[in-house]
Design a protein around this ligand. Sequence first.
Ligand code: SF4
Length: 266
Amino acid sequence: MFNYSDKIAVAVSGGKDSLSLLHILAKMERHHPKSSLVAITVDEGISGYRDEALKLTVESCEKLGIAQHTVSFKEIYGLTLDEVVARSRKKSERELTSCSYCGVLRRRALNVAAREVGADKIATAHTLDDEVQTVLMNIFRGDISRLVKEKPVTDNVHQRLVQKVKPFCEIPEKESALYAYIKKIRFQDTPCPYASEALRNDIRFVLNHMEAKHAGTKFTVSKAMERMRPLLDELGKKEGFRECAECGEPASAQLCKVCEILKSLS
Ligand code: SF4
């Protein structure tokens, strides 16, 4: 996932997984003097939620001696996530869930911030659980395009997209949590107020139930996906990338998803 001289932007939300990843990468990076780390936190603008996470992220970064950057939805898009959700609820027909808006806007914010700090890679703390949930979510939605794109190491499809890697993709969430507890890492454990709306919650419940009854289910799904990867990559080659007609950022259609969202809410 990494080269010895990479500048790695770690996406740190202030939760257990991202702070565990930051601590582990910081420990490894000490043995690789040509590489460097920078933490990037996206402030979506969720009142009463993000402030504590930001404080804990800054605290960990100071302790580890890692530079930390915060990028906010408000400064990039002119709207907080709370405002996006409020506008979407006023529409007669709500097109996306809060998490779907958040996901699209956060991916872009992270990429812009990583590009600005000159990062070679973005490391995110998606665990085995997250990865398998995403696979099933994409299948349940019939979203083959996303199924193809989501992988532990993204392809270099466009020079403005920083490559993403997921070092925890085979680590169960429980082990990442265990690491944080053993290392006494302070993290935010209150859930996001919008999390209960997410399809992901239902899938997490089903998967955990399956795992309890049939140990190894999550690994089995993950391994099955990797076996199908060559076929999925073939499908992905047909997708292609271009620049958004509105903002110039990479897009798979004439308008990128961010511009589509902002237009639909204006
Ligand atoms: Fe965003 Fe949903 Fe995560 Fe909240 S739970 S931070 S709305 S993706």
